[in-house]
Design a protein. Structure first.
Length: 157
């Protein structure tokens, strides 16, 4: 990954900067750095700091991110920002993610079911569909994946 957040070895879309990939790299580097020798630790910390700066530059007022306006990307980036001490930015991302989470009120007032409580939609369209029709069997995988990537960000509310 380059300091600009992209990859230099791929072509086309494979080389475009990615909020999800950058956040995942920042989290991995931050986790690994303390166990590395001095030189590699310094490089890991510098790369993680570059990734966090890039994520900060991509966050928009709503709390989500340019090029990643879904709960997968926003959740991962929010978690990375929170772990890096960017508490206000992490809280904005967490609030956006929480807005697409099934609550007990929604279970009572929409087509969501009790078993859906806590699930997080991938995006606003999926959330709207869920409110109107419940979570279809064919869509459960998307909801599970989104929840797994986005839920840790909620710790930063």
């Amino acid at each position: 990954m380059t300091a600009a957040g992209g990859c230099s070895g791929g072509t086309g879309p494979a080389s475009k900067p990615s909020v999800e990939a950058t956040a995942t790299a920042a989290l991995a580097l931050t986790d690994a750095a303390p166990r590395l020798a001095a030189g590699p630790r310094e490089r890991a910390n510098a790369a993680a700091a570059d990734a966090i700066r890039w994520l900060v530059s991509r966050q928009v007022a709503s709390g989500t991110f340019k090029g990643g306006r879904d709960t997968n990307a926003t959740g991962l980036a929010g978690t990375a920002l929170g772990e890096a001490g960017k508490k206000k930015r992490a809280a904005k991302a967490a609030a956006w993610v929480a807005g697409l989470q099934v609550t007990s009120k929604l279970v009572r007032t929409t087509k969501f079911r009790a078993r859906d409580l806590g699930a997080i939609a991938y995006n606003a369209a999926s959330f709207k569909d869920g409110r109107m029709s419940g979570i279809a069997r064919a869509d459960r995988y998307q909801w599970r994946r989104a929840t797994a990537q986005a839920a840790p960000a909620l710790d930063h509310r």
